[in-house]
Design a protein around this ligand. Structure first.
Ligand SMILES: [Zn+2]
Length: 296
């Protein structure tokens, strides 16, 4: 149902411009005000960038979400820069070639999903990483990779850390509190981004680890459900985000094809977190910490 009385405000405003009897100057003023109202939301979005610290474009998504569609979904979600890693790495470079401004390539040591569990004991994975690093200097990090505390001492892990240093790459690591402590111990001075802030780790553990390691940063993918309580923030998370405001990155994690169409909804949650935080803290989580991690 739509009657004349339901006419959108924009059309009512347009009608006002052509109403006889209004002086030309007043008409121009009304027109300028109306145009200002139209463009203001766009300017606000452009002035507050939203970056994403955890995106994958793996082979499992390519048929459902071709590269152009993936970039369109990032655009629709308002994500203007994203750290992207993929299984295999070809997906990352496909997006990067199409949109080098938006895509920050991160090199994942997985040629296929089977590498997820055994990559840190496979010399061929290291040869794969070395070949990719030799082919382009586009990469800014190594990961996301999974590793447990018991496996951080492997020769392959040591080799990966050795590659990170000269190429100035950060490590994007999916592990628990014990795993991140163990990795930091064998990779002094290497920048580390802790995926999902430890995923299942409680706030107290995340707090303790971040407090012990001032250089450590963490992405918040799969944490929005912990952080948000309706339209408010969980008090313990709110306190954590404020006290460690320089350490967190907003992030989505498109590990499965179904996660891609959900991106715009995921960033609605990111924006809800952002609008609840103090402006300075929100800006750091939305883009400042992302930039700082790359600048170090
Ligand atoms: Zn991931």
């Amino acid at each position: 149902m739509c009657s004349l009385g339901d006419k959108p405000a924009a059309l009512t405003g347009l009608a006002a411009w052509s109403r006889p009897g209004l002086e030309p100057t007043l008409k121009h003023l009304l027109r300028a005000l109306f145009l200002l109202l139209l463009i203001t939301p766009i300017q606000a979005t452009a002035a507050e960038p939203l970056y994403d610290g955890h995106i994958h474009y793996s082979a499992n998504a390519h048929a459902e979400v071709p590269p152009e569609r993936a970039l369109a979904l990032l655009e629709e979600a308002g994500i203007t820069r994203a750290m992207v890693s993929s299984t295999p790495d070809d997906g990352t470079l496909a997006l990067y070639r199409l949109d080098p401004e938006r895509i920050v390539p991160v090199l994942r040591p997985y040629r296929n999903r089977g590498d997820m569990s055994g990559w840190h004991r496979d010399p061929e994975v290291i040869a794969y990483i070395e070949a990719r690093l030799a082919a382009t200097d586009a990469y800014r990090g190594l990961g996301e990779f999974h590793v447990d505390a018991a496996d951080v001492g492997s020769p392959e892990m040591a080799r990966l850390i050795d590659l990170a240093r000269p190429h100035r790459l950060f490590l994007h690591v999916h592990t628990d509190g014990a795993g991140i402590e163990a990795l930091i111990a064998v990779a002094p001075g290497v920048r580390i981004l802790w995926a999902h802030a430890g995923l299942g780790e409680p706030v107290t553990t995340v707090d303790a680890v971040l407090s012990r390691h001032p250089g450590l940063m963490a992405d918040l993918s799969y944490r929005y459900g912990d952080i948000l309580r309706g339209s408010a923030l969980d008090p313990a998370w709110h306190d954590l985000l404020r006290r460690h405001a320089d350490r967190f990155l907003l992030a989505s994690d498109t590990w499965a094809p179904s996660r891609w169409p959900q991106l715009p909804a995921s960033t609605t949650q990111a924006r809800a977190i952002r609008t609840t935080l103090a402006a300075g803290v929100a800006a750091k989580l939305a883009h400042g910490n992302f930039e700082a991690l790359l600048a170090r």
